[in-house]
Design a protein around this ligand. Structure first.
Ligand code: FES
Length: 692
């Protein structure tokens, strides 16, 4: 055994005898030229240690590897794992959702499970309270299986069904009005062709093209596959030359996908899919009139490989992109199952699909190499995707269904933002607009019908609950609103679904910090100034914390607190977003006073209290009438592109016309960021309405 040449913290037995260096398994598989080429390309023998072991010894090693059963309650899902695998790895194998914000590094404390029985080996962790330890809580990523094990997912972290925001008759009608002419990618064209005669003896394919031409198809640029040619003569004669041709409209050409005898049996369906890093939303759409006949949402299974896109890419580099792809596809297919079953329709009628997601999500889903997205100079493998087929991606639909993936202008401004612009119409109108999607990455677009600039600032996972002691997403039991009594400093909280509090979500945190700042509990640097003897103040793990709810008022049997570290994380996040606005405006030679509209999108924005967000310096102190919440603009844009060729074209044009500003090495951004790390800001003149 020796230490990996690239990762000195790893012990490995893979020794290269030629260069006398050790490499870990990851390096052996890695294709990054910076890591291995200088050694591996000329190295004939890598696996020295392994090879030196004779066959007998390898067999002996195999015999020694023990397999154990791990059962996850309450759903009784079980899997077999190898001794030494972590419970987090077991959860992945059993397809059980466990929140692993830090991708198994042991730093977030989110992957809690309760050990009911069995042998495990645990790493000690400060991230579990004494109360939790007494109840046999363990961190899944820090606990290795050493025997048959039964674990339980704690009530407070059980995955709950997500509500689909903006659904219902009213929202459907509003979306339908945005699409004037329905023009799907894949069209089914019924044709009544003339029967051949001695005077009209053109080939079957020419006859088909002649028929298609009469319907307005550009047959000069029509491709035909060999399968269609093979099936053609029988299909034409089966129903006396009455046929239905399926034609895919592509950017520079068309393709006849299949030819079936007779007219079409039932109307085509389509799917608009928003693949978010956290949540995936699916709309099932009747392509005849644009009605949304089913909608659902679920947690992206990839969350067990980390909260943000960087952790997902790291995971793909380590375990292979296929793993991440199948996690995403299985989430999508489960959601498709739900909508198809509830609508009582058949999968094969789904023949058009639009996917909208950020650049990393699109790459992972399509099993396209994502690693250079996170390495300077941050290059995606693909920005504009050709029209694909469902069978090539693995989506549960008609195998030939046409799939349009929203193009994205940059590694950190992707198709979901382009989709949002298609929906918002920002690029069609005169007013100068700031468009912002606040999440782990704050993506910002500035512009109007004449020009578009975009940028992304790494806000970190705090707004979505990551890295915060009691942070959680806006699910049942999340504290979403907080007010604090100015006399007593006692909090009043509202939770999602009026349930007992289980944690605090992004909007609740913004409320809380704004209230604590205004009511004198913290100062402008985010440090507590409330007397330590106050009933709401306590010391937890050596730092001061404000108690939002005492254990007997919660659904988790513990005090729900907000610590100084939590406040600091939130301040870092809001500082990054505000600095992003400022620098983008500066680059365009503008300032906040020139902005006519400020549009907020994304799931988090839904619950955002604009006034409180201004108080903490997340949003600029401008006329409140300029703010508008757009809802999930990514799914809305995907819906529009599903139904209309014009909107698909618009998406490509938007993506190609946006100027991307990179903040990663910008000194100006760093300066603005540092200035924004106070409440609300170091420049109080920029926040005249915030009075403490
Ligand atoms: S502590 Fe286990 S995933 Fe973060």
């Amino acid at each position: 055994m020796g230490k990996c040449v690239n990762h000195p913290d790893r012990e490995t037995s893979f020794l290269c005898s030629k260069h006398n260096i050790y490499m870990c398994e990851e390096c052996l598989e890695c294709r990054d030229p910076d890591i291995y080429c200088k050694f591996r390309s000329s190295c004939s023998v890598w696996f020295m240690t392994k090879k030196k072991k004779g066959l007998d010894e390898e067999e002996k090693i195999e015999e020694e590897v023990k397999q154990y059963k791990v059962v996850f309650m309450p759903d009784n899902k079980e899997t077999e794992v190898t001794e030494g695998d972590t419970l987090l790895e077991a959860a992945g194998k059993a397809d059980v959702y466990v929140n692993a914000s830090c991708n198994g590094k042991g730093s977030c404390g989110k992957c809690k499970l309760i050990l009911e029985s069995g042998d495990v080996k645990k790493e000690s962790t400060p991230l579990l309270s004494d109360n939790e330890k007494a109840k046999n809580y363990v961190l899944a990523c820090q606990t290795k299986v050493a025997g048959d094990v039964i674990v339980r997912i704690p009530e407070e972290t059980i995955e709950r069904k997500l509500k689909v925001a903006g659904m219902g008759q009213e929202a459907t009608e509003r979306l339908k009005k945005l699409v004037k002419d329905i023009s799907p990618m894949l069209k089914e064209i019924p044709l009544e062709l003339e029967q051949p005669t001695l005077d009209d003896s053109v080939s079957d394919l020419d006859r088909l093209n002649r028929g298609l031409k009469t319907t307005g198809c550009d047959v000069e640029r029509m491709n035909v596959g060999i399968k269609v040619m093979r099936d053609l003569s029988a299909a034409m004669r089966d129903e006396n030359f009455n046929i239905t041709a399926s034609v895919i409209r592509k950017k520079c050409s068309n393709e006849i996908l299949e030819v079936k005898p007779g007219g079409f049996d039932s109307p085509m369906l389509g799917l608009a899919i928003d693949v978010g890093t956290t949540t995936i939303v699916v709309y099932l759409v009747d392509m005849k009139d644009g009605s949304i006949i089913g909608a659902t949402a679920g947690h992206n299974r990839q969350a067990s490989c980390g909260d943000d896109v960087i952790n997902r890419i790291v995971c793909a580099e380590k375990d292979g992109v296929s793993k991440l792809s199948s996690m995403g596809i299985s989430t999508i297919n489960n959601l498709i199952n739900e909508v198809v079953e509830s609508a009582g329709v058949e999968y094969r009628r789904i023949r058009n699909i639009v996917i909208s997601g950020n650049t990393t999500m699109a790459h992972l889903l399509l099993k396209i190499e994502p690693r250079y997205i996170r390495r300077e100079p941050y290059i995606p493998t693909v920005s504009e995707f050709p029209i694909l087929k469902a069978k090539d991606i693995g989506i549960k639909a008609d195998p030939s269904a046409a799939v349009f993936v929203m193009p994205g202008p940059a590694s950190y401004v992707g198709g979901d933002i382009v989709s949002g612009l298609v929906f918002s119409g920002l690029h069609r109108e005169e007013p100068l607009t700031l468009f912002i999607d606040i999440g782990t990455n704050g993506e910002i677009v500035l512009g109007n019908k004449d020009w578009l600039m975009c940028a992304s600032c790494s806000a970190g996972p705090a707004f979505e609950g990551g890295g915060i002691r009691w942070g959680m997403r806006a699910e049942e039991g999340a504290i979403e609103k907080v007010s604090v009594d100015s006399e007593t400093q006692e909090p009043k909280i509202d939770t999602v679904g009026d349930a007992l509090p289980r944690g605090i979500c992004g909007s609740g945190m913004i409320d809380l910090i704004a209230e604590m700042f205004l009511k004198g509990i913290i100062d402008n640097s985010g440090k507590f100034k409330l007397d330590a003897s106050h009933a709401r103040m306590k010391v937890e793990k050596n730092e001061r914390a404000y108690v939002l709810a005492f254990s007997d008022e919660t659904g988790v049997d513990e005090d729900i607190v907000f610590t100084e570290t939590d406040i600091h994380s939130l301040v870092l996040s809001k500082g990054a977003v505000y600095a992003g606005f400022t620098v983008l405006l500066n680059q365009a030679g503008l300032d906040f006073s020139m902005v006519d509209r400020m549009w907020i999108t994304g799931g988090f924005g839904q619950y955002l209290n604009i006034e409180r967000a201004i108080t903490i310096g997340l949003l600029p102190d401008i006329d409140r009438g300029k703010f508008e919440y757009l809802g999930n603009s990514s799914i809305a844009g995907a819906y529009m592109a599903l139904l209309s060729d014009d909107f698909r074209k618009e998406a490509r044009e938007i993506s190609n016309s946006m100027t991307y500003i990179d903040f990663s090495s910008s000194n100006e951004f760093m300066e603005e960021y540092t200035s924004a790390l106070f409440l609300p800001h170091t420049d109080l003149k920029a926040f005249p309405s915030v009075k403490v």
